[in-house]
Ligand binder design. Structure first.
Ligand SMILES: Cc1cc2nc3c(=O)[nH]c(=O)nc-3n(C[C@H](O)[C@H](O)[C@H](O)COP(=O)(O)O)c2cc1C
Length: 239
């Protein structure tokens, strides 16, 4: 179906401008005439927001029916159900827009690691399917904050940053959350390669496989909060 009268909507989905049909995985998707009118409008205004009123005027005969945002919302939601691969975004105030799907941005995907590498916060990804849940990715900010090279960290469990300082109540909270596979944010006492104490605010989130819903990775975002923590300790010492 990939000829001059088809428009690629996403990697698996094509709109045929002559027969006015959508093929998803080579199967024609049944759409009502209102859905088709809506889709045509979204395609014609690709990457541009369209107001709810404009959608209404385009799809319904305004003399037949009074405008209500709910009609438009319902139609959008029904179209999304039929074509879940489409990235139809809605904006506050009732505008809608057909956007390019993330998966059809290979250039962006290629640069994802570079983008993570440039984050000012530390970012780590661990693989819980491997023994002792080692880190498989760390960004520059994380490596720099602790004075290690990536090679010295990749393949290890992050607990080595605690050194011998293992009696930390926050660790209990962290273990519990990881056991329950939920997000957690804690402040841990960690140590730079030089031995210097660093208060590390770390948020750890489980990442699940979209299809199987099974735990796939953990992502950790680390922030050095040493100066604030030292100030808090000083204030506590004064009272
Ligand atoms: C993605 C990820 C990042 C983590 N980052 C840190 C960290 O920066 N500092 C730290 O002390 N612990 C970190 N941890 C926690 C430890 O790896 C470990 O889970 C924690 O010490 C509790 O387990 P344990 O009782 O086996 O040591 C991280 C864990 C995960 C999964």
């Amino acid at each position: 179906m990939n000829t001059h009268h088809t428009i690629k909507l996403c990697d698996r989905c094509y709109w045929d401008t002559i027969s006015e049909t959508v093929a998803l995985h080579h199967e024609i998707v049944p759409l009502t005439s209102n859905m088709k009118k809506l889709l045509k409008l979204l395609i014609a205004n690709y990457n541009k927001p369209i107001s709810s009123v404009d959608i209404f005027l385009h799809v319904w005969d305004s003399y037949e029916q009074e405008y209500t945002p709910r009609n438009v919302r319902n139609l959008i939601s029904n179209l999304r159900k039929r074509l879940p691969c489409l990235n139809i975004v809605n904006y506050y105030g009732g505008s809608y827009m057909l956007k390019k799907n993330r998966e059809s941005h290979p250039v962006f995907a290629d640069h994802l690691i570079e983008i993570l590498d440039q984050s000012k916060n530390g970012i780590t990804i661990s693989d819980p399917s491997q023994p002792d849940n080692p880190v498989i990715y760390i960004n520059h900010a994380f490596a720099n904050a602790f004075g290690y090279s990536p090679d010295e960290i990749i393949g290890k469990n992050c607990r080595f940053l605690q050194g011998d300082d293992r009696d930390q109540p926050a660790l209990e909270e962290l273990r519990k959350a990881m056991k329950e596979q939920t997000d957690v944010t804690v402040i841990l006492r960690n140590y730079h390669k030089s031995g210097e104490l660093i208060y590390n605010e770390v948020t750890i989130s489980p990442v699940f496989d979209k299809k199987t819903h099974k735990l796939k990775y953990y992502i950790g975002v680390q922030k050095d909060v040493t100066s604030v923590q030292k100030l808090i300790q000083q204030i506590k010492g004064m009272i």
